[in-house]
Design a protein around this ligand. Structure first.
Ligand SMILES: NC(=O)c1ccc[n+]([C@@H]2O[C@H](COP(=O)([O-])OP(=O)(O)OC[C@H]3O[C@@H](n4cnc5c(N)ncnc54)[C@H](OP(=O)(O)O)[C@@H]3O)[C@@H](O)[C@H]2O)c1
Length: 302
């Protein structure tokens, strides 16, 4: 008879710095998945619940970083990261820092140089889901910068969500994050204005959402973008199925209907002005997606 010993995989010890709603979710998930987890937060009491679940609360930020080979940083912004890690400078050498705080592409590049000066390995990342979705393999976490750090620590990164590596340019994760949020806010505003318009006829938002989100968004908006994306890359905007002039007509109707129905006309006026500028640039016979050419340039000063 043979005896089988169960050998649970050894998980990397991780420190989580920053226990806002997102940092709390990251630390709880790492703990649940068996990573020895040390936590630090400017306001230490926020760690109470995690400590009750088995996390170790570090007394200082230097103790926190020294406790684990990998430190996940989830603070308000890069400035908070510098302020926080300043007093841990002596222990940063040889450690891996995974920064999931929001910022700008330039801030991400500067952070790589900052970590390099302190001989720490650095990976920049962005979380694309809200706290309750942390830990799910389908929840996208974007990373860019050192491929080596990404590959070496992939299992730890995968514990927090589905890791996607975008490339060696460290600014890519925050740039994608900003672009996707830009898309999200514009889409939400578009839906909310449309719901306000049909709301003037007492249509319930849930009923309108069935058609607008359930069918129109994937079948018309999404399908158009997916079909036209290669032409967007080429700057080719054939107007044989509908021209910018025709779309301006539609935008005028949206603006006029908004006024007629006593709802805000800011958004349709903005979109109308963009189509008018495209026509003034000689794009009246191209399709609507030619506004891409205007959006790729800075707004002309009036
Ligand atoms: N929540 C989300 O849905 C979500 C989704 C994706 C990405 N994110 C990103 O994740 C990061 C954290 O977000 P969050 O939702 O947890 O809340 P947050 O309000 O953006 O950040 C809160 C954390 O930052 C700390 N902090 C702020 N200023 C500080 C400073 N000057 N020095 C030291 N610590 C400082 C807070 O410490 P105290 O507790 O002491 O105040 C707390 O730990 C952000 O960059 C956010 O954009 C959040």
């Amino acid at each position: 008879m043979t005896t089988q010993h169960s050998t649970a995989p050894i998980r990397t010890a991780v420190t989580v710095v920053g226990l806002g709603p997102m940092g709390l979710a990251l630390a709880a998930t790492l703990l649940e998945q068996g990573h020895p987890t040390t936590v630090w937060n400017r306001t230490p009491e926020k760690a109470d619940g995690l400590v009750a679940q088995g996390a170790r609360r570090a007394a200082t930020i230097a103790d926190a970083v020294a406790a684990s080979p990998v430190t996940v940083i989830c603070l308000k912004d890069y400035e908070a990261m510098y302020e926080t890690l300043d007093s841990a400078s002596a222990v940063l050498a040889g450690r891996v820092l995974v920064n999931l705080s929001s910022g700008t592409p330039t801030e991400a590049r500067e952070a790589v140089a900052w970590a390099g000066e302190r001989k720490a390995d650095y990976l920049d990342g962005a979380i694309m889901v809200p706290p309750p979705a942390v830990g799910h393999p389908d929840s996208v976490f974007l990373y860019s910068g050192s491929r080596e750090v990404f590959d070496d620590h992939r299992p730890t990164l995968a514990a927090m969500g589905g890791p996607t590596y975008l490339g060696p340019d460290p600014s890519l994760a925050v740039l994608y994050n900003t672009a996707l949020l830009d898309f999200m806010y514009a889409s939400l505003n578009g839906f909310l204005h449309a719901a306000a318009l049909v709301g003037t006829a007492n249509v319930e938002v849930a009923k309108f959402a069935e058609l607008a989100i359930g069918w129109f968004l994937p079948a018309v908006v999404g399908a158009t973008v997916l079909a036209q994306a290669p032409q967007l890359d080429k700057g080719d905007y054939p107007g044989d199925q509908g021209t910018m002039e025709m779309n301006l007509n539609a935008l005028e109707h949206i603006a006029r209907t908004s006024v007629e129905r006593n709802v805000s006309s800011d958004q349709p006026e903005l979109m109308k002005a963009l189509a008018e500028r495209a026509i003034a640039e000689g794009r009246g016979g191209q399709n609507y997606l030619a506004v891409f050419e205007l959006l790729k340039k800075p707004t002309p000063s009036s």
